[in-house]
Write a protein that binds this ligand. Structure first.
Ligand code: HH2
Length: 270
């Protein structure tokens, strides 16, 4: 799943694709790079983010959804059921609502739903998040939310532990380590670690400032690969081309006619 933020303030790509033409072009680029789904969002969910009015969010996302639906599967990344409904009317077939308010909309539209664990709202979620048993609490909440979505009539449900949504670095690591356990519960799993701040903290030497989002590619790839090995069905990423390459390595499949090699000297045979 390629991330397409039509926002001025997203934590990594804010402002890069705020213009509709730039957003559509980037959606096409990620599709050409091998994304199966493009996740279109018009409101940042970074820690501390201010909510965006509904009419403004619609103005940001709908033209992009409409332009891409004929070319690739489009999901709508929103915390507003009305925005989810409007995007589905225009052809989006997956709802990604980190606030979990959109089960009824997804059921009525006959589309898929991603159920996400978030503690609080983006504005306050990173203010001292605490759990007695983060894995048990998050996975238990996902079980319940997936059951509610099914009960509401959604046929295609994914669960997402919500990396960075009301979690410390240690909480994120515990959840990632326990992914095989979440996968084993039987509902397909989505994982989104791409460029997130815990990667910047983990990769920086002790006493040094966390790495900024632009320097978190290695961590993004390492955690995406781990999620795939652990059995996740979808990884949500900003860097599609390199993640697709990593996925091919993990899956062990050689693209037809690629003459897959390592290093610059293609065909050198080593
Ligand atoms: N992460 C972000 C946004 N939406 N949806 C799901 N299901 N899972 C995630 O982990 C997830 C998500 C945050 O990333 P991004 O969209 O790049 O940033 P921003 O919220 O600042 O636009």
């Amino acid at each position: 799943m390629g991330v397409l933020n039509v926002t001025p303030d997203s934590f990594f790509d804010g402002g890069c694709y705020f213009d509709h033409e730039a957003a559509i072009a980037h959606g096409r680029e990620m599709t050409a790079e091998g994304a199966d789904i493009i996740d279109v969002g018009g409101e940042s969910t970074r820690p501390g983010a201010e909510p965006v009015p509904e009419d403004e969010e619609l103005r940001r996302v709908l033209p992009v959804v409409e332009a891409l639906v004929g070319e690739v599967r489009v999901s709508i990344d929103t915390m507003k059921p009305a925005v989810a409904a409007a995007a589905c009317q225009r052809g989006a077939t997956l709802v990604n609502d980190v606030a979990n308010h959109s089960a009824r909309v997804a059921a009525e539209a006959g589309v898929g739903l991603i159920v996400v664990h978030m503690r609080g709202t983006p504005k306050i979620m990173q203010e001292d998040p605490r759990y007695d048993d983060v894995v048990g609490e998050v996975f238990g909440a996902l079980d319940a939310a997936a059951a509610d979505a099914r009960q509401a009539g959604v046929r295609e449900v994914y669960v997402d532990p919500g990396i960075g949504f009301g979690k410390t670095v240690q909480h994120n690591l515990q959840l990632l380590r326990s992914l095989p356990e979440l996968v084993a519960r039987g509902v397909p799993v989505l994982v989104g670690t791409s460029r997130k701040s815990f990667l910047g903290r983990l990769a920086a030497p002790p006493g040094v400032d966390p790495l900024p989002p632009g320097d978190r590619l290695e961590g993004s790839l390492a955690t995406a690969v781990w999620a795939m090995v652990a059995g996740a069905t979808i990884v949500r990423v900003h860097d599609v081309a390199v993640t697709v390459r990593a996925a091919r390595l993990v899956g062990g499949s050689e693209p037809a006619g690629s003459g897959a090699t390592c290093g610059a000297a293609a065909g050198a045979g080593r």
